[in-house]
Every structure is written in C-alpha cells, then in structure tokens.
Design a protein around this ligand. Sequence first.
Ligand SMILES: [Fe+2]
Length: 455
Amino acid sequence: MPNILIVDDEPEIAETLMDYLTSCGHSVSTCANAQDGLAALNNKDIQLVLSDIRMPRMSGVDFFKEYKTTKKSNARFVLMTGHTDLMNVQNAYSLGVDELMTKPFDLDILKLVVDYLLETEEAFGSADENYYSIPISDFVFSNYNEFSLFLKINHKYMCVTKTGQEFTTQRLQNLVAKGIKYIYLASADYAKYADLQFVTADCTKLRPVDHAKKIKAYTAMVTNISQNPVFNSVNKQSLNHCLNSVNNFSQAIFNHGKLSELFISYLNGSPHLVQKNYLIAAISSCIAEQWKWNSPRIQSRIVLGGLLCDLGLKDSKQLINKKRIQYTPEDLKEYENHPQQSFKILSAIRQIPDEVLQIALQHHENVNGQGFPNKLPRTKIHSFSKLIQGVNEFVEVLLMQTDQTDAKQALLQIFSFQRKLISEQVLKSLYILFNQPVPKELEGLLLPDQTNRVL
Ligand SMILES: [Fe+2]
C-alpha cells in the first residue's frame, strides 16, 4: 500500500518526486488535484502527503484545511510552493502543516525531511542530538558509575547502566569480547564528561527542513574527511580514535542552536575552508594523542579550536576566493584581522571554553614572534594555540600542492622554508604521524609528553 501521496497538477514534478522517493524505498502514489487527494486519503495507510500549493480549483492550503476538518487519517502534511510570497513558514506552521518546502529544493533534503517526518531510523543515523559515542576502550580500565551508559542496537539506544549503579570492568570486558566498540552517553552526561557546558546550554528545536540541512552538512563534512587519502599512512587505530572525537565535537557544534547557525553559514559560504578546518582539527587531535593529551577535556578544546578558529572569515567571501598573492593591502589587513573576528563571534556564545577562545585569537601567532594579529612572543602563546598554528601552516602548504594528499611533500616544503615559523615539536610529530623518517636535526628533540612543555 502506498505510504506517501504526492498531489501536484504538474505531472513532470509529481513523476520526478515519485521516482526519487520510490528509489529511496518508499511506496508512492500521485494525484493531479486536491479532490482526488482527499479521496485517496480514505486509504488509512497514507502516512505522508506532499502537496503543491498553487493548483486549479482547490489550492494546497484549502486541501490541507479540508483534510484537517474531515481528518480522514493521521498523515503528516508537507506543502510545496515555488512562490514564497504565497505563504511563509510561520503561516504554514500556524495552520498546522508539518513543513513548508520552497521549490526548487534539493532532493537529498526532501529525503531527509521525509525520513524525519516518517521517523525512519536512517534520519537519525548521524548527528543525533541526544547521544555521543565514546570508544569503549576509554572505559575499560576505569570503574565508571558517574554516568548512565547506553549501547546502540539497531539504531536504538539501550541503557545498560544508570548513574550510581556499578558497572564492573568485567561487564565492560564482556562487551568488548562481543565486538562492541562504542558506549554512548546522553548529552547532559557528555557535557560533564568532556567538561563542555555549552553542549546542553542551547538545544533549539529545529524545523524538519533545518534538521535535514544540518544532517546533510554534518554527514558531508564527516565523510569527506574520514575518506581523505592523506590519512592512508596514519595508524588506523589512533586515527579512528581521533576521528571519533572530531565527530563528537562537530556534532556538539551542530547541536547548538547559535553555533550551528554560524557554522552552517560558514560551511555554505566556503565548503573548502571548512574542510581545511576539519583537517586541522583531525590532525591536531592525532598529535595531541601522540603527546598523551588524551583527556576529553583537552581533546575537546583542541578539536573545537581547530574547527572554529576561522569562523571570523565567514563573511569575507571575496577574500576567501582570492589567492593569497592576489591580496591588496586592504585584503591583507582584513585577513589578518580574522583571528580577532573569530574571537569576537565565539566570545558571544555562552560557556564556550576559554582555551577555544585563546586558540581562535592566537592561531596565527608564531613561535618567531612575527605572527598576527598581535606578534605575541613565543612564551605568551598558549600551548594549544602553538599546536593549532603549526598544523594550520602544514595544512595550508598541503592544500596549495597539486596533490593535496601528499603529506611527505608538504613536510619537505615546511622543513625547507618554514621551519622557523612553527614549533619544532609539532613538526617532528607531523613526521611521526604521517610515518615519515624524522630529519636528523629533529631526532634528539623531546616531545611534550617527555618534557611537559610545548616549545
Ligand atoms: Fe586562520
């Protein structure tokens, strides 16, 4: 039996939507007018109606009103319009429709909205607001009873232990033996676990279409980076560990009303720049792990700093599309101001950790004292900022190459020409991370886990 009904007087549109939704596994039927639509709704199995607004005889709005008064089924209702002036989202909501979509719309977004309204599980497969994954290995050696722990089974979260209950190492080890790799924490517990209060500070309820856009942006970003061949030479286990924390902290950004709005506008304006930030966050997280900076508290600051440090460039679209050598003096001035802009934007978000603000402000200050915006001397730069600055330089060189995945070539370039501009510990760690022989000059250099300092 069909579960989706499309009502549109333009057969090409109805057919395109039907073909697409059928290919997504839905059972779909179409009607060319609202009267036939009302008759079709006698079929109680219809769960979702997608109706055009502008149709002859009876409009989509009247169709919805008629449907509501006769209440033939409990179907969810989406109105589609090519004319935003006919109805705005607010009016559609006050009428009681579930969503208003403006044509032309992206079919991927339509799928996500449909999945969301039909509550099919795939819609919640990623960027889930409520749960965060933690590698089970992080729990095995500690007796946690501070948090409720969940397992994810068939897209559902099952509580295996409540706060205060003892969850023995033996039980965790049994789960590991069964092949379970991740344990899940609900967002309030996750906020405590990573010491990130902003995670629960602003959970704005999103419209289905905004929720869909969020999932699309998040999924594209995460998939893109985890499949980047630059990581081919990196140890898989530590890479997966880092990507998990990067995914969690980017999820935290997407789950926060204001931050998500800022980040999505940054992402839509300059997707390649966001990919750069994602690369910086992932590589910095791997190096932090190499230095035994493993705690969720530190990892969260490093990853969020890497992801958000360039937010100040969000509105500089002209600048972003220019090559650095084409910059006019005004462009350069604007560019060199972006750390302050990022700092300003992030400072307005309640409970953003102070270290993240420091990274935003200092991520172009270099160990030579010649960075921007403040030419800070080496001793005044936060350790986390030194890490992000070094990785940022490396990623910029990497992305300027013809082969943007050749880490070896980028390291050679940095070592020959920019060695004095980045922390040598970061440079040495990059060689180790990408499995390249460490140059003789850096061999004897102690890393922060051996000296307790970032130089
Ligand atoms: Fe930057």
